[in-house]
Design a protein around this ligand. Structure first.
Ligand code: UDP
Length: 151
């Protein structure tokens, strides 16, 4: 790939990153922020908050009917979460690469979920972090979690 075309496929994007309750409980907030910054991304907004059921039902609208949804709600309300708007070139895909796959048992060592996730039989999947899956979902989720952000 030549360098002129390389510049063209870089896309500055924003994504919603969340450190879930198990990440906060395990004191991994600093480590996760370190990985985001080490990759060169900018954190343009950040806050700690207790998610409520209304917010989570909107955030996970596609998953509301799934059998695991009640467990997901309970898990996401076990403690406060740290929500961030992260900006950078191709950050939607790049943040998901840093996160690793949904199931921590399958997630590659070196990814956040591979290093810190827990997936025990009969328990909730505790996979430490959230990241938007598309740029369109990122914009929707950022509006939901950061309605005060005016840019
Ligand atoms: N989830 C779960 N069990 C499942 C699938 C998903 O507990 O079988 C939870 C898990 O916390 C996951 C979230 O629901 O991170 C959202 O699911 P999605 O398929 O969107 O995965 P993600 O994009 O977070 O990797």
């Amino acid at each position: 790939i030549d360098i002129m075309n390389w510049r063209k496929i870089e896309m500055t994007e924003r994504t919603l990153a969340i450190v879930k309750p198990d990440g906060v409980n395990q004191k991994k907030v600093g480590e996760i922020i370190r990985r985001i910054e080490r990759k060169g991304y900018d954190i343009i907004a950040i806050k700690m908050l207790q998610a409520d059921e209304k917010l989570l039902r909107q955030h996970y609208a596609e998953l509301v009917g799934r059998p695991f949804f009640p467990g997901l709600l309970k898990y996401m309300m076990e403690n406060e979460v740290v929500a961030m708007v992260v900006e950078g070139d191709n950050v939607v895909k790049g943040w998901r690469t840093l996160m690793g796959t949904t199931n921590p048992t399958e997630a590659t060592p070196g990814t956040i979920r591979g290093d810190f996730g827990r997936d025990w039989p009969g328990d909730e999947v505790r996979n430490v972090v959230h990241g938007s899956d598309t740029p369109e979902n990122a914009e929707r989720e950022i509006k939901l979690w950061f309605p005060e952000l005016k840019r």
